[in-house]
Ligand binder design. Structure first.
Ligand SMILES: [Zn+2]
Length: 345
C-alpha cells in the first residue's frame, strides 16, 4: 500500500477514520510490510507483501470461502502438473498473469486451461471498460479483483484504484503494480474499510453472486460510492425466473463457496432496495459469446452451423438487435445468459 490510501480508509470495527501507520519495510515504491492501527479502538490491520489485511472478525461464510479458494485452486500446466498459488507459482507463470484477460494463446487459456473462463469472458470486459468513458481522474474500486487485470487497466488509464478480494489470488496483482500502481486489500465486500463517498466507480466481474445477502452488499457499495458514482457488474450468474437452481450451486456450497443463484428481478430488487437512483440491466449478445467460446476451442469434425449463424449476426447487427428484442422475455424467464448491470447513486 501507499500512504495515500489512508485518506479514504475507515476502521471496519469502530468506523473511526484516524490511523497510525507502522512501516516495517518499504521499497521506495510502496509499504511492503507493517500495520495500520486504528487510533480509536486500537484494532491493528497487518500489511504483508504490500497488501493490507482487513479480514479480522469476518463472518464464518467469508472465512469458509477464503479457505475453499486457497485449498482447491491451482494453476495446471500443459503436462497436468498442478501448482498451488504460491509466490513461486506467481513468479513462474508471471507472463500468463500479465497477459490476462485475453491471454497469450497458450493452452492455459484454451478449453480446460486454468484461465479458460477469464479468456472467454474477455470479450465482455473490453467493450464494458471502453464504454465507461474514463477521463483518468476517477477513483475506482474493484471488488472481487482476483488476479486484478481490470484494476491494472483502470490504473493504466490514470485512475486511482483499489483492488479488493478475500482470496490469496490477489497476491498475483503484485506482478502488475510495476506496470501501473494500484492498492490491494483483503476485505469482505459486505463491510468495507472505506469512508462514505470514496469512489466514482465500483467495478466487479463475477463477484456479487458470491454474496448470500445481495441487499447488504449493494448497500455497502452504495455507501462507498460518491453521489453520481456508479457500479458496473459483468459476468454475474443469473437464473431464469422459471429456472430451477442449477445443481452445481449446491455442490459449490458444500465445498465452502458462496456462489448463489439469483434471478434478474432479484438482482434489481436488491439494488433498488438500497436506494440506487437508476438501474440499467442489459442482456448481452449471445452471438458474441458463442463466437468467443467456439474460437477458443479446437474445431470439431462437423460444420458448425450455430457458429455460422453467430458470425452472420455479428455482421448484421440490426438483425441481431431484432432477435435480441424477441428473446429478451424468454431469456428473463428461462436463462438470461450473459448480462450487465449498471446502478447510479
Ligand atoms: Zn477502530
Amino acid at each position: 500500500m501507499r500512504e495515500a490510501l489512508l485518506e479514504i480508509l475507515r476502521c471496519p470495527a469502530c468506523k473511526n477514520r484516524s490511523f497510525s501507520l507502522d512501516e516495517n519495510e518499504t521499497d521506495g515504491f510502496e509499504i511492503k510490510s507493517g500495520s495500520i492501527v486504528c487510533k480509536d479502538c486500537r484494532a491493528s490491520y497487518p500489511i504483508h507483501d504490500g497488501i493490507v489485511d482487513f479480514l479480522k472478525n469476518v463472518s464464518d461464510s467469508v472465512r469458509r470461502e477464503r479457505k475453499a479458494m486457497d485449498d482447491e485452486e491451482y494453476i495446471t500446466d500443459g503436462n497436468g502438473n498442478r501448482y498451488r498459488l504460491t509466490e513461486e507459482t506467481i513468479q513462474r507463470f508471471g507472463s500468463k498473469f500479465l497477459s490476462l484477460p485475453e491471454g497469450d494463446g497458450s493452452h492455459f487459456f484454451k478449453r480446460g486451461g486454468s484461465f479458460q473462463s477469464i479468456r472467454e469472458a474477455s470479450g465482455r470486459f473490453y467493450p464494458t471498460f471502453e464504454g465507461l468513458g474514463l477521463t483518468g481522474r476517477e477513483d475506482v474500486l474493484e471488488i472481487g479483483a482476483c488476479f486484478s487485470y481490470a484494476s491494472l487497466r483502470f490504473a493504466k488509464k490514470g485512475c486511482r484504484v483499489v483492488a479488493l478480494d478475500i482470496s490469496n489470488y490477489l497476491k498475483a496483482a503484485n506482478l502488475l503494480i510495476d506496470v501501473a500502481y494500484f492498492d490491494r486489500i483483503f476485505s469482505d465486500m459486505h463491510a468495507m474499510p472505506f469512508a462514505d463517498s470514496s469512489f466514482d466507480i465500483v467495478f466487479g466481474s463475477a463477484v456479487l453472486h458470491h454474496s448470500k445477502d445481495l441487499k447488504k452488499a449493494f448497500g455497502e457499495i452504495r455507501r462507498v460510492l460518491k453521489p453520481g458514482g456508479r457500479i458496473v457488474l459483468i459476468n454475474e450468474s443469473a437464473r431464469g425466473v422459471f429456472e430451477k437452481i442449477p445443481p452445481g450451486f449446491e455442490e459449490l456450497e458444500k465445498r465452502g463457496f458462496g456462489d448463489t443463484s439469483y434471478t434478474i428481478p432479484e438482482w434489481k430488487k436488491a439494488a433498488s432496495g438500497v436506494g440506487f437512483k437508476k438501474i440499467k440491466i442489459e442482456l448481452l449478445s449471445l452471438a458474441d459469446d458463442y463466437i468467443m467460446r467456439r474460437e477458443n476451442r479446437d474445431p470439431g469434425p462437423w460444420p458448425d452451423f450455430k457458429l455460422r449463424l453467430a458470425r452472420f449476426l455479428k455482421r448484421h447487427r440490426p438483425v441481431e438487435a431484432c432477435l435480441s428484442f424477441l428473446l429478451a422475455l424468454p431469456r428473463l424467464f428461462f436463462r438470461p445468459k450473459s448480462w450487465r448491470l449498471y446502478c447510479y447513486k
